[in-house]
Write a new protein. Structure first.
Length: 401
């Protein structure tokens, strides 16, 4: 990959709080779908849980002993291009705080082949799909239930969701699969593809392409996209873009192993074979280094991967942007862009750099009717709460010059 001159400029940028309460932890929208239905109607989904903000355990991630075990999967809806998010428009898609047996009863519907399924066309403008990751499986050696993956579909812009989910099983040799919120890509003949991350029993991670040709009633892995060749790294946060010429691109993050970087590879045969990934970010040309650290709270973490949770978006003018979280000080949200379908990339541009600590990011993004970019993510700022501040859902809206 080559790097373009740093000619990006964000115009008329402003930030909003979408879901904020000092006794709630609101986080990880990228693990959920985003919907853009035109005429100002947008939906954003996140994990929404009670939180005391007293000890590190209160804000711990994960389903097993983390905040997600207390969380509802909450859909928010805006009817004015992301400016306001009325409470009366909210919908709970799934509740991870249910008792284990209650969850198992609901999820067991997926294995009842006699149950009728709703007819939902995933290629329809009003369709959406959420891939849950409940701790509902057989007990592990430590006595905790194992993680599973289920898909819930909606055919009416997320107002209602089917009561019979679809079980998504890991491929042979793998013991777990999770699928983030980057939506399926649609081919001309109908099938959709998504990119999950699977964890092998050995502890290694790999990205694989899952496909459906029956509107999401079943999902199967078609091919493996990438596995860090050192065996020590983790390929994750995969998301697909289908170019007009039929090339399929996969954007991902590689953590440790070969490199810590956002990277991209591609397929010209519908996702069956993939190129070697190349980084789309570059060391030594960072706008972050000259920025102040005044927003960082004294207890902030200053180690760990720099990048987190990239989200690609192809704009109507053909440009591709990739929004990501920065988890080293200064903490914030940034992006890179390509004007030539991913052959070359701009240097990084800062969307905001006023986070108080690393616990932020997981952005989702969409292009509004007037060409503005809407980006939602979770964020934290010093606000009187312990542990660096309240984790909340925020948004940024801007034009990209």
């Amino acid at each position: 990959m080559t790097v373009q001159p740093p000619n990006l400029k964000l115009i008329d940028i402003h930030h909003n709080k979408m879901c904020y309460s000092q006794n709630r932890m609101c986080a990880h929208p990228r693990q959920c779908p985003i919907g853009n239905y035109g005429h100002g109607e947008i939906t954003v989904v996140h994990h929404h849980a009670p939180c005391n903000y007293q000890t590190g355990a209160d804000v711990k991630h994960g389903q097993l002993g983390g905040y997600k075990a207390r969380a509802k999967i909450l859909l928010q809806r805006s009817l004015d291009h992301g400016q306001t998010w009325p409470r009366e428009n909210e919908v709970v898609i799934w509740d991870d705080s249910l008792d284990l047996e209650e969850k198992r009863v609901i999820l067991a519907r997926s294995d009842d082949t006699k149950r009728s399924r709703e007819k939902i066309d995933l290629s329809d403008h009003d369709a959406s799909i959420y891939f849950s990751r409940p701790a509902s499986g057989p007990l592990n050696d430590d006595g905790h239930p194992s993680l599973e993956c289920y898909a819930f579909r909606s055919g009416d812009r997320g107002h209602t969701w089917e009561i019979v989910p679809t079980r998504v099983s890991p491929p042979a040799g793998m013991n777990y699969v999770h699928i983030d919120g980057a939506g399926p890509v649609q081919f001309l003949d109908g099938p959709q593809l998504v990119v999950p991350t699977s964890k092998a029993a050995s502890g290694s991670w790999a990205l694989g392409v899952y496909g459906t040709d029956d509107q999401g009633l079943t999902w199967k892995q078609n091919a493996e996209v990438y596995r860090d060749p050192t065996g020590r790294g983790r390929a994750t946060y995969g998301a697909l873009i289908l170019l007009p010429n039929g090339r399929l691109q996969c954007y991902m993050l590689n953590i440790a192993g070969l490199r810590d970087a956002i990277q991209m590879n591609y397929s010209d045969d519908g996702g069956y074979s993939w190129s070697i990934p190349q980084p789309i970010v570059r060391w030594g040309q960072s706008p972050w280094t000259a920025l102040g650290r005044d927003h960082v709270w004294p207890g902030a973490r200053r180690a760990g991967p720099r990048y987190r949770s990239p989200w690609p978006l192809q704009l109507r003018d053909g440009r591709i942007i990739v929004v990501f979280a920065r988890r080293q000080p200064p903490f914030g949200i940034g992006l890179v862009a390509s004007e030539d379908a991913g052959k070359s990339w701009s240097t990084e541009t800062v969307i905001r750099a006023d986070g108080s600590d690393w616990d932020l990011g997981y952005p989702v993004a969409t292009e509004l009717d007037d060409g503005q970019v809407f980006c939602a993510y979770y964020f934290m700022k010093v606000d009187g709460n312990n542990l660096g501040g309240t984790r909340h859902i925020a948004s940024s809206i801007f034009h990209l010059a």
